[in-house]
Design a protein around this ligand. Structure first.
Ligand code: NCD
Length: 319
């Protein structure tokens, strides 16, 4: 195998490349790292020297959780981190292309690259050819593999497994890479998946095993897991407000029709859980009642995200 095909075998560009067994292996690794972290404060055994590899992080789109979660995972594993963000300090502001930026950082030979980017066929084609493993930290509307993995890992931890669980994903499904990757991971692990949202935010090409719930109240009574998603305003092309559903007038209107609030929380089963990948727009997809609800697991997702990303870094670095 060439070095790029070796690297590709431990890259994670899309969850489509993972089998259900691969996913469960990552979860088991995350459990082990969790135990090490609880016992020692870092993700390696006492006496085991950290490998001190270099993780290169390239974020061409905004990020809080994913970026810092990868950094935290790398530090807890004892690695060094190089991070480049989209701002005036980078040569992107001088007109350098994303491809040239990636090629230049790759030429410095970090041991693994973590990349977040908008829709870009050029980067989709370039990343699999690099000589080091690449972890996708979110690519356009296409994929957000680490988010979907941490979501299922959270469901497994909180509800004892993913198979047979009923997951309702509510919001801007059409423009959401989180929804797309979640369909793949949840269905592979045997969950039942349904979506709800305004017409303009439901894609025409839903996977055949994903059903659409027309009446949100029916979905709430059905769900073991409620996953809220942010309206991806930055990805709406024509009208930069709330998609092309002319029946939706405002954020308040969205909240009234699809937002999770106290009356809707009352319909959700007592043992169900509420997830959201963040960032949350309070008063739009969630009312303030959600933060106080005991079924809210949003910060557990964030904690679990560090374990999943550490598990993926270890797989990429063969440690
Ligand atoms: C998501 C993303 O960037 O796709 N956020 C995240 O990574 N936690 C969701 C979003 O931006 O709404």
């Amino acid at each position: 195998m060439s070095s790029s095909s070796t690297a590709l075998s431990t890259s994670l560009l899309d969850t489509l490349s993972l089998t259900d067994r691969d996913i469960l292996n990552l979860f088991e690794k995350a459990d082990q790292l969790d135990h090490l972290g609880n016992a020692h404060g870092h993700f390696y055994s006492p006496g085991q020297a950290p490998s001190g590899r270099v993780v290169g992080c390239l974020f061409f789109e905004a990020s809080t959780r994913t970026r810092m979660s990868f950094q935290m995972a790398a530090y807890r594993l004892g690695h060094q981190v190089l991070t480049m963000e989209m701002n005036a300090a980078s040569s992107l502001s001088k007109g350098e292309t994303y491809e040239d930026t990636v090629l230049n950082i790759a030429a410095m030979k970090p041991d693994v690259l973590v990349v977040r980017y908008g829709n870009s066929v050029e980067l989709d084609q370039l990343l699999p050819t690099l000589p080091m493993p690449v972890l996708n930290a979110g690519s356009g509307v296409a994929a957000h593999p680490t988010q979907a993995l941490l979501d299922s890992y959270t469901i497994r931890k909180e509800l004892g497994g993913v198979a047979g669980k009923k997951v309702l994903i509510v919001g801007d499904i059409k423009h959401s890479r989180v929804a797309r990757s979640n369909f793949d991971v949840l269905l592979k692990l045997g969950a039942e998946v349904a979506v709800a949202g305004p017409d303009a935010m439901i894609p025409d090409d839903l996977p055949k095993n994903v059903k659409r719930v027309e009446i949100i109240e029916d979905g709430l009574k059905w769900a073991d897991v409620y996953m809220g998603l942010r309206i991806q305003v930055e990805r709406h092309s024509a009208e930069r407000n709330i998609g092309s559903d002319s029946s939706l007038k405002s954020n308040d209107d969205y909240h009234n029709r699809f937002g999770l609030n106290q009356p809707r929380l009352n319909l959700l089963k007592k043992q169900s859980i509420v997830l959201h990948p963040g960032p949350i727009n309070h008063g739009v997809e969630f009312s303030h009642d959600v933060a106080k609800d005991p079924r809210n697991r949003v910060l557990n997702q964030v904690t679990n995200g560090v374990l999943i990303r550490a598990s993926l870094l270890q797989r990429a670095l063969h440690v």
